[in-house]
Design a protein around this ligand. Sequence first.
Ligand code: SAH
Length: 247
Amino acid sequence: MKHLFVVGLGPGDTAYLTPQVRSALERSQVLCGYGPYLDLIRGEFPEKEYLSTPMTQELARCRLALESADAGKTTSMVCSGDPGVYGMAGPVLQMAEEFPEVEVQVLPGVTAALSGAALLGAPLTHDFAVISLSDLLTSWEVIEKRLEMAALGDFSLCLYNPASRRRRENLRRACQVLLRHKGPETVCGWVRNAGRAGERCGIMTLDALKDFQADMFTTIFVGSSATRVVGGRMVTPRGYGVKKCGS
Ligand code: SAH
């Protein structure tokens, strides 16, 4: 059988690799992915064959990985975080129909929502929604509608892709939409480079968030109306009083 693993590395440091992903990487002859992600694991797997394509060449990268597996080399396509969260699992499975002999297995990793939430405290402990602010593949109208509906539903929010070099204004625009339905004092948090060199995080109000300079390595958390700052941590209560927590 010809094997392609689509694996999530987690946020960065190899301490976050799940044992399942680690063993898939060990079994693979070829590791394929975006260069900076491959650099995170090169030190631990120096003997592998590495394949990569530039940032905007995602589909070419999927084809490269499938062709490598089809040629009989067990291959891993590596993604940051989880491969099914704004990652390559979907496109690989779509393209895999052209490669019927390749068995594709998707292996989960710790996504930025989870590694970032843990750094801030417990912002996602109740119902939450995840929205990407990238309007490269989704129109801004759709993003705005989803933000508005999630705000109306009083979800906690986790916002991926809040900015890039070319999209500086998207976080500000998102905050303006959220402020139609959420108070300016709503507790928010940001996490930059979770689990990597340069890891930083902070807590601020929704009003202040609209002027925050996020970058492509930042994930944003917006609280629900119940979210509070407790001992310096961002906490969304589960709904019961603390006294009942042990029951
Ligand atoms: N598959 C990835 C997400 C890719 S989309 C995952 O599951 O985590 C890229 C976005 O993810 C970034 O713009 C940022 O919002 C977020 N992200 C990925 N890694 C991160 C990290 N180490 N720290 C903070 N945010 C991160």
